[in-house]
Design a protein around this ligand. Structure first.
Ligand code: MN
Length: 229
């Protein structure tokens, strides 16, 4: 007889580019406002230390999926982001050693119920449910760092129905991937399987039913989703 009262779920996982094996996801951390122009469009000072939030691990959804428009929102937003996938853990990781913990990188979309986030902000309440809802983390295949290196520059863009909405460069990130890992590891012990969404550039905006959303990061990969009509 099983020791569990019901079968435990299989871990959420993500495809690895050019490999049959998959990357098991442990947790999803996200950085808020890591591009100055986006911080400004959200009314924030870009010089502040990065803020972090999380999504449930099972919010990951494979690129190519068609998603239902999520409930309890009338303002679903796209945020294209470079995502770092960790294969090694640690606490108080030095910035200089941080990238040794990265297995690879992917293009991800931090889907956001912007109306719920704004309401929560105004009320001084947590915005977990604005960010961490079902299928809120579409992710392309992870490109191993052993093959692509650790991108510090490269075009990052997103289009909705073929029209460009976000178009920036990874070099505009305020906090580098190494700095993010170092700072985040001061707050929590990072573990293999953790994903870090590193923040989105300016140009975030609404997605409506029937939209096709496609993002691409030069030298890393692509991600796309469709939203049900
Ligand atoms: Mn984001």
């Amino acid at each position: 007889m099983s020791e569990f009262v019901f079968p435990p779920p299989t871990p959420p996982c993500v495809a690895i580019a050019g490999a049959a094996r998959r990357f098991p996801v442990r947790r999803i951390f996200c950085v808020g406002q890591n591009y100055a122009a986006h911080a400004r469009e959200m009314g924030k000072d870009p010089r502040e230390e990065p803020c972090f939030f999380t999504k449930p691990a099972d919010a990951v959804v494979a690129s190519g999926a068609t998603l239902p428009y999520p409930p309890r929102t009338h303002d679903l937003h796209h945020e294209i982001e470079l995502v770092a996938a960790l294969a090694r853990g640690g606490a108080d990781i030095a910035k200089e050693a941080a990238l040794e913990h990265v297995f690879g990188y992917a293009a991800g979309i931090d889907l956001t119920r912007r109306d719920l986030q704004s309401q929560a902000r105004k009320a001084g309440r947590p915005w977990d449910l604005a960010k961490g809802f079902d299928q809120s983390a579409p992710l392309g295949a992870i490109a191993p760092a052993a093959r692509i290196g650790h991108p510090r520059a490269g075009r990052i863009r997103l289009a909705v129905n073929g029209a460009t909405r976000q178009d920036a460069d990874l070099s505009e990130m305020i906090w580098s991937t190494a700095e993010i890992i170092a700072i985040l590891s001061q707050f929590v012990r990072l573990e293999p399987g953790d994903l870090i969404f590193t923040g989105t550039p300016a140009g975030v905006g609404p997605i409506v039913p029937g939209d096709h959303v496609a993002g691409e990061i030069e030298g890393v990969g692509a991600v796309e989703i469709a939203v049900e009509r």
